[in-house]
Design a protein around this ligand. Sequence first.
Ligand code: BMA
Length: 343
Amino acid sequence: MSKYSILNAPDVPNMPWQEKPADFHDGDIPLWRYTENPIINRNPIPGVARIFNSAVVPYEGSFIGVFRAEQTNGIPFIYFGRSADGIHWDFNHDRIEFVDENGKPFMSGYEYDPRLVKIEDTYYAIWCQDSYGATIGMAKTKDFKTFTRLENPFLPFNRNAVMFPRKINDKYVILSRPSDSGHTPFGDIYLSESPDLTYWGRHRHVMGKTSEWWESVKIGAGAAPIETSEGWLLFYHGVTGTCNGFVYSIGGAILDIDNPSIVRYRCSTFLLTPEQWYEERGFVPNVCFPCATIHDPATGRIALYYGAADSYVACAFTKLDEIIDYIKTNSIVRTDDSEIGVR
Ligand code: BMA
């Protein structure tokens, strides 16, 4: 009998899954890696050197995704992919050609770190791109053939955003991280809402870095929040600084279901930190960057997809009851002293 439940999401009985190994003990944190990681290797298709920081969703009994593909000239664009099992992926060999509302080509000079969210009957891709400075781009699709660009939700600089998978209080809601133009040495997660996906406002602070060393430099929203009986479960990235540069780990928090700028619980420890060769070694070493989950309400199973070392895509598994109990037990925020959104 489950303690908690995943709400408003379809069952995905064929989602990728491995049980927790009997001898698993990684700090007793209930998030275990897929044994066959990485699931996407270098040079996956002609002209693309690396795919990482990418987002997947279940679709008509199989899986689809939008992928950050770093071309052999070093410039990232978003590519579309399909998979029968969520592990083995086939990619289109051409990047997605975004169009404007009149069907005319509407590309940016680069595009990276896509997320993919289904809201009602439409899929939305959200990513970082150039508009006289890095900011968030957004497009909608229903058929994965035509991707129509929407207005950019924010001015530069903002490089990391994801939408909630349903409207809250009749508004679309997005998490983002305002930043600077470089390898930003700061960053908090903010929330904004929109009645129409054109005008965004009512900006609220959600959470920032903490004195916990693994997330002492900056944080950013990761996978689309999962709606649960305890609130919105958010896997995010937390960054620390070392003499050799940044280290990106994965953290977990639970946001209020009706007012998600309020943090109900926030785990003091990381949930996953670079340890395996594909996380520690690559184009940018020591990066675990979560961008998506596939989850199954019937079993409480969650598969977390993350970019590894800006070179690979990897997968880790958890169960809803275990991860929520772990976050609650180790929380540095309690329901009764949670941050209230500050303007
Ligand atoms: C961030 C983004 C991510 C990347 C990370 C580590 O600023 O560019 O795409 O994974 O740095 O290089």
